[in-house]
Design a protein around this ligand. Sequence first.
Ligand SMILES: [Zn+2]
Length: 251
Amino acid sequence: MGKVVILGSAHAVPNENQENTHLFVQAGNRNILIDCASNPFQVLPKNGIPPNCITDIIITHFHPDHVSGLPLLLMDLWLIGRREPLAIYANAHAVSRIEAMMELFDWQKWPNFYPIAFNEIPEKEMHLAIADSDVEVYTSPVQHLIPTIGLRIEFFPQYRVMTYSCDTEPCQAVVRLAKDADVLLHEAAGPLPGHSSAAQAAQIAAEACAEKLMYIHYPAGEELETEMIADGKKFYNAKIELAKDMQSITF
Ligand SMILES: [Zn+2]
């Protein structure tokens, strides 16, 4: 059995009720953080997740709304005495920038800092990044303003699938990632370069034959729910809803 917690659902500009988009995935012994926004030591416990349980961090791309909480999380885990290694997965573009960002904080000089293992995600479709008996995570490059990965997360033994588009224009790579998925979590920031509208996300969900579409990374604080769902229904007949902060989805 697996669980996904929506830690945030807002696009790049959050408000007091909606954090920037990031997720937590739990399956067996794996506790995976997908992107790292806000202040993880406040957001994770608010969702019932002890920060030190994180085993893996996937950074989808190096934009501030997806990576700004990372230095604070890495430092605070060190300050509470973490010893266990932590794995970080990201493409080459993001890995080099994460290392450069952490070097600005002199992280190499932090005494007794726990081991960080970088796993560089190649620029290829359906790369198996995490392989475990309870969960597998596949990555593919998507169409954003900088190199970005989308994710397909498969939960075992029951074989339930969640796909997360990450920030992207409508693209066939997401259709393939979301093929027959139980849930497609698709961004709906709007019809902007590098992003998708609610209607475009619904077209991708229909093409992929996903069971359910959930919008995420949508404008915070605007009363768009009815309009977004109506826009989506024109293209996709199955279930559509908006992902909400602190929502938990069981697989
Ligand atoms: Zn972005």
